[in-house]
Design a protein around this ligand. Sequence first.
Ligand code: ADP
Length: 373
Amino acid sequence: MRGAPIVKGACNPSSANPDPPTCCIALPRLERMTVDAAPSVDSSTRAILDALPYAWLIVLDDFRILDLSEGARAFNLASTGTLGDRGVRRLVTNAIRTQKPHELDLELRGAVPGAASRFIRVRSCPLNERMCALLIEDVSHAMRVDAMRRDFIVNVSHELKTPVGALLLLAEAVKSASDDVISQQRFVNRMRTEAERLSRLVNDLSDLSRLQSDAYPVHGNAIPVSRIVAEAVDSVRLIAQRREITFIVGNFDRLQVQGNEEQLVTALRNLLTNAIAYSAENTRVSVSGRLSAGFVEISVTDQGIGISESDRERIFERFYRVDPARSRATGGTGLGLSIVKHICASHGGECVVWSEPGEGSTFTLRLPAASAS
Ligand code: ADP
């Protein structure tokens, strides 16, 4: 094949895939080739394939592999020099028969039971009447992001349905109780509660989407931690008083962090709101601060119900609640800790939790200290 004339070819969109990778591959023409005389791949074809952002294999119509890129070995599609997977073989046959590109999504199960699967997209591009290039793209991350997005939409619709459904029912109830002013008043109060829930949810969702779209770390002025704590504590003082929960606020002198004050107050407020919501009446919530290895640590400690180890691993996920009924009853949206996590991350920090069921919890915001501290 070396020195054989080169004909220009192109990967045409297959009907199944209107938007395949744009590639224009110089095709080695095969002349007077016998079944046993396997052609080799010329260096220009290989160079073009190497320039594409895919792992690649070159395969004959009898599924023998002529050549493959280093990256393609990781996908284990070939054993003893021949393509193994039936689906991929069909892809090769179809591409050579129709002289058009074809595409297939494949799940590669983990070698060890329980290991995560990988997902790949394989595209076959005919090179000539007997040879085909397979371009392989690892789409595992994209698939995972897509699945998360779908889950999120399902969760959001579910969360919205509850208050919206309740509002519709309550509006009907108000209408049919037109002669009963006391009942009407009760229904209207419940309507207000549901509307407030809806408004909290919408606010949390918009906070979260804003935080997630902030691709860059937050910069800003050095902010005294005492100011963040005072603002956050003030904003929840009334609900704490209603439940007779006492705040014990430590000393934050000289502690400063850098960033967005409004976001940091939101993060701390969410922790305080939870400390109140998941504690019994007449208990204490303390807020303390310290400097540790260049990080300011602001801790919120409660004497509440605590969280088991398996739940601790999940509470920062969007809409994850240990006890959904309790969370809803206390006005929770299931997004509070998710918001905290994103705020910490965008400030170059993290939120860590210590907790034991029945013994209370401590949530700590760890944020890089501003240089003045
Ligand atoms: P929610 O709006 O439900 O409070 P969050 O994201 O703020 O949502 O918290 C997720 C879950 O973590 C809560 O539903 C609750 O089960 C648990 N949780 C959070 N903070 C505490 C706490 N201080 N004590 C006990 N459980 C907590």
